[in-house]
Design a protein around this ligand. Sequence first.
Ligand SMILES: [Fe+2]
Length: 250
Amino acid sequence: MVDLHCHILPEIDESTQSLSDSIRLLSLEKENGVSKIVFTPHFNFEKNHLEEFLEKRKDSYARLISSFPNTELEFSFVLSAEVAFSPKVLFNYQKLLVGNTHYLLLELPLSYFPDLINDVVFRLISNGIIPIICHVDRYRYFFQNPLLLFNLVNLGAIIQVNASPIVHDSKVRRFVSFLDRHNLFHCIASDTHSVVQRPPEIKNAYMYLRQLIGEEKTEKTKSNAELIFQGRNIRAEKPTIPVHVLTKWI
Ligand SMILES: [Fe+2]
């Protein structure tokens, strides 16, 4: 299985891990059946310098691999970033993609839906880049107005939901089921930050997904993550407009 989004690399961003925690997280990923991992430390155009970030990411990865020499035999790794939304991404995405693929993980602001996002997504897609909107379960505005998600998916964006909330939060499970009925849900990822706070729970999340959306669609979700990892296009169904009772999710 693939984990498309996680904070496992040691000592790189504010979700920083000690080396021993990073190694522990990799063992937990293995217990979850994950063997392909995209490392996605946070990158923010307002806070980070791109070249410094890339250097730091390279060093962090080298430290992890050298301290755990068998790791590369058990896993396939890809370097990437979770990029905080900024229009600046339009001019600087090449080195932040999921490895050598045409996918880009975008994180949105928590408290407001950014005005320019549709325009930026449109331009990225026009340039052949497919944005993956990270952990849509974290944004209240999507619960309140799923039409915002419809517009992004209709442009060609991919939607990722975090694994842990699927396991622990019934409201998120209802939301995922709702999104799935409208073809507004494509993949899950652990977004693991630490052994204690948010360990990888991909295996359990897929178990819940099977109950929520059925075996076939769950397998499709898994295969979407695999295709993204390989840099291949996923075959997403056309989204349908979510007719939605506003108070349902609040
Ligand atoms: Fe993240």
